[in-house]
Design a protein around this ligand. Structure first.
Ligand SMILES: Cc1cc2nc3c(=O)[nH]c(=O)nc-3n(C[C@H](O)[C@H](O)[C@H](O)COP(=O)(O)OP(=O)(O)OC[C@H]3O[C@@H](n4cnc5c(N)ncnc54)[C@H](O)[C@@H]3O)c2cc1C
Length: 478
């Protein structure tokens, strides 16, 4: 390894003693082994950098253990149930059968274990030093953990985020997303505080399992940053699942009745009580700054108490980077991976940055809502003249064969005829959005959409048709 290629780090504020003399020296010290931290560590070690990673709870972080993966296990089972029910209603299946919630809850542990085992193996085989315990960043390049001090040329903070708990009376009776994943009994009734991504995903899955769900959302509308037509379809589908949606409603308190809970909320000055066996607090997430005393260290935070970073993920403290949820922006696992690559690229002196690359986002409700790039509203605000091309799942052969419904919205710029954004509400949208990301990133033009050949029959045909429809060129649409 040519160490001159590594971006100059900070020289130790005090002389780091030699290895074997109490203090170990590393090229990179990473705090937190979620998607951001573990991916950076593996990539750095593969480049020949001496790397250590500290983890206080579970390798794989929120994503693998209590976030993306276990929730998707639940969503997948819920989706399957909805499909079976649809087949029963068409008399293709004679009955839907019974299911075991306990087995579903147990099943996700196997998937998590497999993935965590894979990450541990990758860390080990890359030669990353994995140090278990809570790390404290005590100086610009010194980390303390388990009574030992470690010195690093570069420090990467990847400590993630934790659920936000609203300071309401009775908050101690609520469960968070981790609590939901640990339930052993399916609740008959559940109140979900917060109609954001996590609340909606869990609400949708549990509604399929048969739980009566009420969502309490303080904002007047759901998902205000998504394409409104797609959100309207999603709301309609959630209501079909039996979910009661109370928007513009504020949670006041949660009361323990002994044999159950009552969520007391308020809309337009009127109080409303909703009984439930469980109340899920899904009111957002806050950055996890455990072990990082930003004020004392001189690391600047933004107004949301996320670590402020530049386009290379550098913090205001020289030699210290922040990536993933702790650095704000998109609090998504794939954003953490991208930020890890950006930070490592800067450390290696390559200077690659992901800031201009559109980040896809998926809401794994039933059906899933996936989007990338600008909505029509955002495009207008950015000075474009947006044209919306749409295409319905009802006019696509594969969607009809699969019994899937939904719609595709492609936002094009009227003047340049370039693609600005794509939103898909419907089955498999989380898979289709990868190809859409490429089209938004490369600003695919109307002519290029016309030249593109998409396999038939496939759901992706709808994306091309929607793009062509923006300029009245879709053959399969009037
Ligand atoms: C229920 C749920 C569902 C989600 N679903 C999705 C999804 O479908 N798709 C998606 O993209 N994102 C999803 N997310 C978000 C995703 O999990 C996060 O964006 C992602 O995990 C962030 O990665 P990270 O590396 O920044 O931090 P994290 O994954 O949070 O990892 C941080 C790690 O740092 C450790 N740590 C913190 N402080 C210290 C310390 N001082 N010393 C040692 N270790 C420390 C923590 O224990 C933790 O393991 C979901 C989140 C939740 C809660």
């Amino acid at each position: 390894m040519n160490h001159r290629a590594i971006r100059a780090g900070v020289s130790c504020p005090y002389r780091c003693r030699k290895e074997g003399n109490g203090l170990e020296n590393f090229d990179i010290l990473v705090i937190g082994a979620g998607p951001g931290g573990y991916s950076l560590s593996i990539a750095a070690a593969k480049k020949g950098l001496k790397t250590a990673i500290f983890e206080k709870e579970h390798i794989g972080g929120t994503c693998l253990n209590i976030g993306c993966i276990p929730t998707k296990y639940l969503v997948d089972k819920a989706n399957t149930m909805e499909k079976v029910r649809a087949l029963v209603s068409r008399e293709i299946f004679s009955e839907a059968g019974r299911f075991s919630f306990k087995k579903i809850q147990q099943g996700k542990a196997g998937v998590t274990e497999k993935l965590v085992g894979g990450v541990k193996y990758l860390l080990k085989s890359a030669g990353v030093h994995v140090i278990e315990g809570e790390a404290v960043l005590s100086k610009a390049n010194v980390v303390m953990c388990g009574g030992k001090e470690y010195c690093g040329k570069h420090i990467v903070i990847a400590t993630g985020s934790v659920p936000m708990i609203l300071p309401i009376p009775g908050k101690e009776y609520c469960i968070d997303s981790t609590g939901v994943l640990n339930l052993t009994k399916l609740p008959k009734k559940m109140v979900v505080i917060g109609g954001g991504v996590i609340g909606l995903e869990i609400a949708s899955a549990f509604a399929s399992f048969g739980t009566e769900i009420t969502i309490i959302e303080m904002m007047p509308e759901l998902l205000p940053k998504e394409q409104p037509e797609a959100v309207r379809i999603l709301i309609r589908e959630l209501q079909k699942q039996g979910i009661v949606l109370l928007t513009g409603t504020k949670i006041l308190r949660v009361e323990n009745q002994g044999d159950g809970l009552t969520a007391v909320c308020e809309k337009d000055g009127k109080e409303k009580c909703i009984d439930a066996d469980q109340v899920l607090m899904a009111a957002g997430r806050r950055t996890n700054l455990t072990g990082i005393d930003c004020d004392a260290l001189g690391i600047r935070l933004d107004t949301k108490r996320c670590i402020e970073v530049d386009e290379h993920q550098r913090t205001s403290l020289k030699g210290v980077y922040a990536i993933g949820d702790v650095a704000g922006g998109y609090q998504l696992a794939h954003a953490a991976y991208a930020e890890a690559e950006t930070a490592l690229s800067d450390i290696l002196g390559e200077g690659r940055t992901h800031k201009e690359i559109p980040v896809p986002a998926c809401i794994y409700t039933i059906p899933c809502l996936a989007s990338v790039g600008l909505t029509a509203q955002a495009a207008k605000a950015a000075g474009y003249e947006p044209v919306i091309g749409t295409f319905s799942y009802d006019a696509n052969g594969m969607a009809l064969a699969e019994g899937a419904s939904g719609a595709v919205f492609v936002i094009m710029d009227k003047t340049t005829q370039k693609t600005l954004g794509i939103t898909i509400i419907g089955e498999n949208s989380s898979e289709m959005i990868a190809f859409c990301s490429d089209c938004v990133m490369n600003r695919t033009t109307a002519d290029q959409w016309e030249a593109l050949i998409v396999a038939h029959p496939s759901l992706c045909e709808m994306v091309r048709e929607a793009a062509l429809a923006a300029f009245g060129k879709s053959v399969h649409k009037n």
